[in-house]
Design a protein around this ligand. Structure first.
Ligand SMILES: NC(=O)c1ccc[n+]([C@@H]2O[C@H](COP(=O)([O-])OP(=O)(O)OC[C@H]3O[C@@H](n4cnc5c(N)ncnc54)[C@H](OP(=O)(O)O)[C@@H]3O)[C@@H](O)[C@H]2O)c1
Length: 305
């Protein structure tokens, strides 16, 4: 009999990658969780079949959807609501009798790692949910792998504040961020691929991964290096321009403030994606040819750059 992985967010980037990977694996069925079963993406997934119950649940919450649709643009309120949402999902998982492994897509606690100085709402709500699982659902914690996800290379093709734009007359493609070009961050590899590969290996190694943290951050790159790679891929001249937090907010509003908070934390804590109870990609036995890095990802997205 096949095992089942239930994927929350299966029509999205992370969950879509997990669903696609497990659809290819022998002995597995995918249960896609969606709010709109009649969307094209949901129909495409449904055509593969579904089962009741789940052996594995992959869970991800969408901070920016909560920010704009529930929290009326207040990041602190969104962090509280995202944590509440994560707790509802975890509670439902804890009541799933067939569940063997819970994979929760989370992020490091910027608040805790910076001693309260550099909170990042889209990190901290998720990290609060980690602590709540550990304290309130200890049996679920024993089945949980906390999967911290790095910066998606794909953001450079899709997020307006990160996508370089040509500055008229300069022949340069500029990226304006409120941080020095030297700020480093863990980068996830192609987000259409890596959450699926990591989840496959996490599930394959339950003794190693249950109750532990791991991260999808096979490359650690500076924002300046990422822009240089963008230049290599596109053949464009680039310029990294550091702007103030106020200018970033002027440009992008509340999303700009969220980006600025994250960059301030990245600047101070480049190794935040690691933790003492951390399982490395080598221990997970993920091979280097299984994760397209930033350059390969941008090459595959060239028509969108
Ligand atoms: N961008 C980055 O570099 C980065 C890095 C690390 C972590 N993250 C985190 O990644 C998360 C987003 O994941 P993603 O990129 O996979 O998002 P995504 O592509 O926007 O997909 C999210 C999916 O979740 C479902 N969904 C949204 N709100 C829901 C709700 N209230 N209840 C149930 N399902 C809901 C949606 O499916 P339906 O509409 O079909 O239900 C959607 O397809 C964010 O919280 C962000 O902080 C992002």
């Amino acid at each position: 009999m096949s095992k089942i992985i239930a994927v929350i967010g299966a029509t999205g980037a992370q969950g879509g990658s997990v669903a696609n990977e497990f659809l290819k694996l022998d002995g597995w069925k995918v249960r896609a969780i969606t709010r709109n079963a009649s969307s094209d993406k949901a129909k495409a997934l449904q055509s593969q079949g579904a089962e009741v119950g789940a052996t594995v649940i992959f869970a991800v919450t969408s901070f920016f959807e909560v920010l704009f649709r529930v929290a009326k643009g207040s990041p602190n309120e969104a962090a509280v609501k995202e944590a509440e949402l994560a707790e509802i999902i975890a509670r439902a998982a804890s009541r799933t009798s067939s569940l063997e492994h819970y994979i929760w897509s989370t992020l490091p606690s910027a608040k805790a790692k910076s001693n309260g100085k550099l909170p990042v709402p889209h990190f901290d709500g998720k990290a609060e949910a980690d602590e709540w699982i550990k304290s309130d659902l200890p049996d679920l914690h024993k089945k949980t792998t906390y999967l911290m996800v790095g910066f998606y290379p794909n953001n450079i093709a899709s997020i307006p504040g990160l996508k370089p734009v040509e500055f008229p007359g300069s022949r340069k493609w500029i990226q304006m961020l409120p941080t020095p070009a030297s700020t480093m961050i863990a980068v996830s590899g192609d987000i259409r691929v890596t959450p699926g590969v990591w989840t496959r290996q996490i599930v394959a190694k339950p003794e190693l991964t249950k109750g532990k943290y791991t991260s999808i951050g096979p490359e650690t790159l500076s924002y300046g290096r990422m822009l240089a790679i963008y230049g290599e891929v596109t053949g464009r001249q680039t310029a990294f321009i550091q702007i103030s937090v106020q200018d970033c907010v002027k440009l992008w509003g509340v999303a700009g403030k969220e980006l600025a908070d994250q960059l301030a934390f990245n600047e101070c804590s480049p190794r935040a994606w690691e933790s003492p109870d951390y399982v490395s990609k080598e221990e997970l036995e993920i091979k280097d040819d299984e994760w397209p890095g930033l350059k390969e990802t941008l090459e595959s997205l060239k028509d969108q750059l």
